[in-house]
Design a protein around this ligand. Structure first.
Ligand code: ADP
Ligand code: MG
Length: 362
């Protein structure tokens, strides 16, 4: 069954900004979907329209097949989690969870039952008697998620759940969201401007740019086959450089020459019709840095040298510099500063885009 359906939703603010344009999305009940895009891409506007804090100018919203037209925010059964939604200090976690049930009008025994069940499912039984100010960030996040489910909403919306969490702790947070979705089988939409988070949630993902959908698919699929240069750059680990190149057809297939052929990349794509239209033309090449490997003998790749090599607890890192870009790569013990090197680009780590439209050719 459809858990949430958005049909042709558009929103223009008074200042003339089109925050969301013709947004269409269908989530099945129990599905977790990620809304990914940088700041200003329209994520919060979409969430606010779903929960009823903002009105759309156009389009329709259905929650479990019921139209939201004329339904007040309170009656939509949507729980929203904003980063600013914290607990009341000086009251235990249990008390805080209970506050949010006051509005539901349940007998005390029922309230207790729901709180205990949510606490168990979210792994926070041990902190129910703690004060919010005593909790570790991951614990308080799990408790905030528990608070969102005990009202038994039809949908949970999470907006930029943890902007200030150190990367070392983020994993726990991502896992808490995944657990919540699995345990409660809730329809969830999670907005994030953090690509690592989008990748870690391993869900169907919508990539937004200035209010327009760029691509919708499993996040791994998007990472491997981005629709355009914007998506490739956003759904990415580490860094992607884009450079201009020229596509030509050599004896053993297509070749990309970059920087007046100082760097050459073979393109393994025999009989690619789309590519053959681009022979002799300038294209945009996207190179993912995590797909680069140093090689002394490579015929093709990005030519440069190691400016510096560092050894930290046996992990050696070379600072690679070339005319095109600088990057850090793992190196072995034989590499020293000053060495000339070619960085080979592994298959699947570079993309070719139409220079004018940005659309992916390969
Ligand atoms: P995100 O959550 O992805 O950062 P938003 O939905 O907050 O994006 O914003 C989308 C666009 O709408 C941005 O250009 C933003 O400046 C604009 N915007 C958001 N809220 C308002 C508002 N209340 N009034 C005017 N413009 C707004
Ligand atoms: Mg936002």
């Amino acid at each position: 069954m459809s858990g949430l359906l958005l049909k042709g939703v558009s929103k223009r603010y008074g200042n003339g900004i089109n925050a969301v344009s013709n947004f269409n999305l269908d989530l099945s009940t129990g599905e977790l979907v990620v809304l990914a895009g940088p700041k200003g891409s329209g994520k919060s506007t979409i969430l606010n329209i779903i929960c009823g804090l903002e009105a759309a100018d156009e389009g329709e919203i259905f929650i479990e097949q019921q139209s939201c037209a004329g339904v007040t925010p309170k009656d939509r059964d949507v729980s929203v989690i904003f980063p600013s939604h914290t607990f009341y200090p000086g009251h235990t976690v249990y008390e805080n969870l209970e506050f949010s049930l006051r509005l539901v009008k349940l007998p005390a025994a029922k309230r207790r039952e729901r709180i205990m069940k949510a606490a168990e499912d979210m792994g926070i039984t041990g902190i129910l008697e703690s004060l919010p100010e005593e909790l570790a960030p991951a614990e308080s996040f799990a408790a905030i998620l528990a608070r969102a489910v005990i009202r038994e909403p039809k949908i949970i919306l999470i907006d930029e759940p943890f902007p200030d969490i150190p990367p070392s702790e983020q994993e726990l947070f991502w896992q808490a969201i995944i657990n919540l979705n699995k345990k409660f089988k809730l329809t969830m939409l999670v907005a994030t401007n953090n690509p690592e988070q989008a990748l870690a949630l391993k869900a169907r993902t919508v990539v937004l740019k200035n209010g327009y959908i760029q691509q919708v698919d499993g996040v791994r699929k998007i990472y491997e086959t981005p629709a355009n240069v914007y998506v490739a750059q956003f759904i990415n680990h580490f860094h992607m450089t884009t450079v201009e190149g020229v596509l030509s057809e050599g004896e053993s297939g297509y070749v990309l020459s970059i920087d007046k052929a100082s760097s050459v990349i073979p393109v393994f794509a025999p009989e690619n019709k789309k590519l053959s239209n681009y022979v002799g033309r300038e294209v945009t090449v996207g190179i993912r840095h995590n797909g680069l490997k140093p090689s002394r003998h490579a015929e093709s790749g990005i030519k440069g040298r190691f400016e510096e090599v560092r050894d930290e607890n046996g992990v050696r890192t070379g600072f690679f510099k070339s005319k095109l870009f600088d990057t850090l790569v793992d190196v072995d013990a034989s590499v020293k500063a000053g060495d000339k090197v070619t960085l080979e680009i592994s298959e699947g780590s570079f993309f070719i885009f139409d220079r004018d439209t940005g659309k992916t050719i390969l």
